[in-house]
Structure formats: structure tokens, C-alpha cells
Design a protein around this ligand. Sequence first.
Ligand code: NAG
Ligand code: NAG
Ligand code: NAG
Ligand code: NAG
Ligand code: NAG
Length: 225
Amino acid sequence: TCFTLTQDLCLVGLWLSLADPSVLRKMAVSGSNVSLKISEELFGNYKQLIWFYNTSQKIVEWEVLSPAVYYRSSLKDRLSLDPQSPAHLHISKVQKEDSSTYILRVSKESGKEQEWKITLQVFDPVPEPIIETEKAEEVNGSCYLTLSCVIQDQSVSYVWYGDSGAFPKELQKNVLEVTLNTQNQSRFYTCQVSNPVSSKNDTVYFIPPCTNPKCVWETWFTSLS
Ligand SMILES: *[C@@H]1O[C@H](CO)[C@@H](O)[C@H](O)[C@H]1NC(C)=O
Ligand SMILES: *[C@@H]1O[C@H](CO)[C@@H](O)[C@H](O)[C@H]1NC(C)=O
Ligand SMILES: *[C@@H]1O[C@H](CO)[C@@H](O)[C@H](O)[C@H]1NC(C)=O
Ligand SMILES: *[C@@H]1O[C@H](CO)[C@@H](O)[C@H](O)[C@H]1NC(C)=O
Ligand SMILES: *[C@@H]1O[C@H](CO)[C@@H](O)[C@H](O)[C@H]1NC(C)=O
């Protein structure tokens, strides 16, 4: 479904689909609490577990009958191993910088070592979009409409909706440019912005056939007073 996504998200999607299928994945919204869990059933009896933030940064070490050791890292004060299983790592108040491929290294009673990977992707919630009317012009009975969906963060996908549902996929980008006639105009236009963890929208209302919504609001307020 890359077509509705911006370049950045499309690359994330591509990267996820091409990546090693044995790596587990987790997405989270920043500020939330996350648990990275490897099922103990996958590896059986163990005597030591080490969690890494990446291939070089060790974050927690657990050994049978000893207290867990939390290493110095930007995560240190936000980490805890699950009391039920050291293969479940809790991270509180995740930040975008926590995004990484975490590694769990398991040392088994047999002396063998095995590694498991889990990729965490942290996204900020999308900001509120605002629709701006760039152009609403009636020419020869057709309405030329250009609406712009304005948002701070660019790594989002856009979906525009009207009366009869979502617009065709080729129109789905931050600026909606359409030509409308009396048959296919809509009373409202909604811009929905999304990233993999959140979604927000804004809506403008039009009085047909081609009225700038600002005029609509002004008319409305005047008639109320
Ligand atoms: C692992 O993360 C640490 C801390 O962010 C960083 O300094 C280091 O360069 C990273 N190592 C690799 C191999 O990416
Ligand atoms: C997140 O974890 C922290 C620390 O473990 C806890 O105090 C807080 O209540 C948790 N928040 C949520 C929303 O679960
Ligand atoms: C509007 O219609 C008239 C007559 O059919 C034509 O001459 C004119 O070019 C049209 N204007 C536009 C902007 O299409
Ligand atoms: C509305 O209908 C006109 C004429 O059939 C067409 O040119 C235009 O592309 C349609 N607009 C949309 C948004 O479907
Ligand atoms: C717009 O957001 C509201 C909540 O803020 C939600 O109820 C509604 O379904 C959303 N509409 C669309 C088209 O996404």
C-alpha cells in the first residue's frame, strides 16, 4: 500500500518487507510503554540472558540467582525486566531515539548461545492537520478546487474524503486538486493524516457549487447574530 505513503514511510515499508523475516517487529507511539517479548518456548533452559540496544551497546544482563545488571545507556532509567521472565523487556516512555533492532543473547545450560532480534520503531503522534483553501473558482459551471492539508511533520500519509468516500488514490497527496461539476461535488472535504501509530483529520464544508468555505463560515456567523 505504498501509494498513499510519502517517500519516508514508503522506504520504511520497503525496508520492513525486505528485511529478515525472522526478526520480530514492534511499532509504538512515543511516550507509551512498550514490552519487547521473546517467547521462552523458543529457546528452552537458559542460565544467562543479555539484552543489547544494538550490536555494540549492552543494556541489561540477567544471570540465574543474581540481580539483573542495567548498563549505562540512554534507556537505563526506563528499563525493567519482567519479574516473570527476563526474556520480556519493558521500556517506559519510549522515545524516537529508542528505535533500534534490539538483540537478546541467550546462553543455554548446554553452553550454547543463541540470539533473537526484535526491531522497535517509535513514531511521534501525527500533529493536527489544517486544511487551507488555495483556490475555489467557478469557471463555465465547473469548480476548480485546490485544498492544501498543512501539517508540521512530513512523514505522514494523506487520505482525502468527500461525500462519496475516499478520493481515487492518484489524488492522495497533501494538496487536493480537483475539477468538479454539479454531479460530483461534495459538501465537505476531509483530510486525514496518518503514520503507522496514529491518525488525525480536519474537515472543511462547502455550500455548492464552488463557494470558498471562509465565505460559508462568515455567512453562517452573520446569520446567527
Ligand atoms: C549503538 O548505539 C550506541 C548508542 O546510541 C551508539 O553510540 C553506537 O554507535 C551504536 N552502535 C552501532 C554498531 O550502531
Ligand atoms: C508506564 O510505566 C511507568 C513505569 O513503569 C508507570 O509508572 C506508568 O504508569 C506506565 N504508564 C502506562 C500508560 O502504562
Ligand atoms: C468557457 O466557455 C466559453 C464558451 O464555451 C469558452 O470560450 C471559454 O474558453 C471557457 N473558459 C474556460 C476557462 O474554459
Ligand atoms: C467530476 O466530473 C467531471 C466531469 O465528468 C470530471 O472531469 C472530474 O474529473 C470529476 N471530478 C472528480 C473529483 O471525480
Ligand atoms: C476524523 O477524526 C474523528 C475523531 O477526531 C473520527 O471520529 C473520524 O472517524 C475521523 N474521520 C475520518 C474520515 O478519518
